[in-house]
Design a protein around this ligand. Sequence first.
Ligand code: HEC
Length: 104
Amino acid sequence: MLPRRTLTGLAAALLATAAAAEARADAAMALDKGCLSCHGDPPRAKAPTMAALAQRYAPLNADELAQKAERLCEHRLLGGIAAHEKLTPEESLRLVRWIAAGAR
Ligand code: HEC
């Protein structure tokens, strides 16, 4: 039997690894969905950079982020952005949370 402290340490390390893997997966998703082609640095046209979006989203609470995610993937009659509209609500929420957590 391992001492309890070792087990707690192992669990914490595993959780940290899982969180880092999740952030990497979200970053890969942002790349895969083309988000960075407009929100990269330098950004394209009038798109804000991911860093600027991260700063804007960081103070928002879970409900506010859910609202942002819902609006991001809504279809618009005019001037819609295909990359936004193609997101499923789940993808949109994941990416909005990833942005609020620093977009790294
Ligand atoms: C073709 C360029 C383009 C691509 C690709 C793109 N965006 Fe955007 N995005 C914009 C522009 C321009 C704005 C600012 C105007 C607006 O809000 O419609 C914006 C705004 C945003 C906002 C701020 C919405 C708000 O007002 O709170 C978020 C979040 C966002 N984009 C996320 C994403 C994500 C995630 C992806 C990838 C799935 C993505 N964007 C792909 C151009 C793009």
